[in-house]
Design a protein around this ligand. Structure first.
Ligand code: ADP
Ligand code: ADP
Ligand code: MG
Length: 457
């Protein structure tokens, strides 16, 4: 492997290039016309314009990306997260065209990237799943019967959903009848697949996920991340380890994830997501993300691994270079997502030009960002500007360090979610880690209007 093409944008494109450069690889950054002056383009050895701002014509344009790889002689492609990262046809097309695909095979994506197929694989591997439909629910009468058997509220989920989209809750049969056709039409439009399945709603659950690395023969886990602080089913704050797991339960959950990854001969980096009910002590598999995740740095901070570098090495044909007993959990890490959104105004996106920028530093602090002073954030893509990650010896120390690092961070020119995190990091509930996936939304109802914004000119 000599030249890696990055088929993504934003902070993850920067992150992937860093790993590539450390491995001695040249980088090719594909970009839309809206991203010509992005940090990822500036960093790259070569940049190729692949289309106009609309992602459907650029970052989702398979033909243009394959042509860029051929024209530049790139011999590997990394998809990042989002866009084409979990598109099995893209994975196959890259391999058919010649370059190495930095991800699991198209077939592995088809099994574990489809949420219904993944549930079936989990059950076969003896991993508990949320009670729900055995497969897709196509026939309305059949769907109603399953909903009754599960009991309301019932969660309607898109088999191809992701990014917190494609999920609805029906509280009774009337609502169910109304939501089903709507959910299917929306899933078809958003994901190109109208397939739906049903799950019982696990109330007050925690979202706990396990990072795995695998080489097709062997899988290891890199412990868990807790991602229960969510808004609209999207993560806003992630940490490792989870304060809710005993050592015994951690071992059991991580063993479940390894068993499932090995059962499907998984290759690359992946995440198995679970819901954990800390009252009953039960956990349930919900889905696998067959790619690098936004929140991977918290795992890097507590294990010392470079997950992106490992996924590139594995893609290049190297066997896993670690045994399970080489992976140690040390200290505590927290990541907060800094988005160009105003938390005091319903998280209204606010693209604009960065008039000033102060990046926090010091011991145990990492800021993965696409920002530089003078950069204009385009309005066409998701609003993630960067991720502030801290590590310290234990959770209270990590919270104090995060509070300090947030105070240092200054992003002038547009609203950001920094004030939200400044409030959360000092919140008593957060200090006790006494949260679940529906904890943040009522907290926001109460507190968001008071979150002051600071837009320096
Ligand atoms: P993570 O755990 O890495 O945050 P998410 O599921 O929240 O994973 O998705 C990360 C990014 O990928 C987000 O930008 C999200 O919008 C995007 N994404 C995830 N799945 C899909 C999908 N099926 N289609 C389009 N975008 C997706
Ligand atoms: P996505 O592919 O969009 O990431 P997930 O299946 O991972 O979808 O679910 C996203 C979030 O939705 C979870 O983190 C959790 O907060 C909530 N969720 C999903 N399934 C359930 C469920 N059965 N019960 C309760 N909450 C759920
Ligand atoms: Mg998920």
């Amino acid at each position: 492997m000599q030249k890696l093409l990055v088929a993504n944008r934003g902070e993850i494109a920067v992150r992937i290039q860093r790993a590539a450069k450390e491995l001695g690889l040249a980088t090719v950054q594909v970009h839309s016309s809206a991203d010509a002056d992005s940090l990822a383009v500036k960093m790259a050895d070569e940049a190729v314009l692949i289309g106009p701002p609309a992602a459907s014509k650029s970052y989702l344009n398979i033909a243009a990306i394959l042509k860029a790889a051929a024209d530049t002689g790139a011999d590997a492609v990394h998809p990042g997260y989002g866009f084409l990262a979990e598109n099995a046809d893209f994975a196959d097309a890259v391999v058919a065209a010649g370059p190495i695909w930095c991800g699991p095979s198209g077939d592995a994506i088809r099994v574990m990237g489809d949420k219904v197929a993944a549930r079936i694989a989990a059950e076969a591997a003896g991993v508990p799943v949320v009670p729900g439909s055995d497969g897709r629910v196509d026939d309305p009468a059949h769907a109603r019967a399953i909903a009754l058997a599960i009991g309301f509220p019932v969660m309607i989920k898109a088999a191809a959903g992701g990014g917190g989209r494609g999920i609805r809750i029906a509280h009774d049969m009337d609502e169910f009848d109304r939501l089903m056709p709507q959910a299917s039409a929306e899933a078809k439009a958003a994901f190109g697949d109208g397939g739906l399945y049903l799950e019982k709603v696990i109330e007050r659950a925690r979202h706990i996920e396990v990072q795995v690395l695998a080489d097709g023969t062997r899988a290891i886990h890199c412990f868990e991340r807790e991602c229960s602080l969510q808004r609209r089913r999207q993560k806003v704050w992630e940490e490792a380890p989870s304060a809710a797991l005993s050592p015994e339960l951690r071992a059991k959950l991580c063993a479940s994830a390894v068993a499932l990854a090995e059962a499907v001969n998984y290759r690359g980096a992946g995440t198995l997501e679970f819901l954990y009910d800390d009252i009953s002590g039960h956990y349930y598999f919900i889905e696998m993300n067959t790619r690098i995740q936004v929140e991977h740095p918290v795992t890097e901070m507590v294990t010392g691994l470079d997950l992106v570098r490992e996924m590139i090495r594995i893609a290049g044909g190297e066997p896993l270079r670690y045994r399970q007993e080489d992976i140690h959990l040390r200290g505590h890490a927290i990541e907060v997502r800094i988005n160009a959104e105003d938390p005091a105004q319903g998280f209204k996106p606010g693209p604009g030009t960065i008039s000033s920028l102060t990046v926090p530093g010091g011991a145990g602090v990492r800021f993965d960002t696409l920002l530089y002073q003078g950069y204009t954030v385009p309005p066409f893509y998701d609003s993630l500007l960067g991720k502030l990650i801290v590590w310290d010896e234990d959770r209270p120390a990590a919270l104090a360090r995060m509070a300090r690092a947030l105070d240092e961070l200054q992003v002038g020119g547009l609203p950001t979610t920094k004030p939200l995190h400044q409030a959360l990091v000092r919140d008593e509930g957060v200090a006790k880690a006494a949260f679940h996936t529906r904890w943040l939304e009522p907290w926001l109802e109460e507190n968001a209007p008071r979150l002051s914004k600071e837009i320096a000119e």
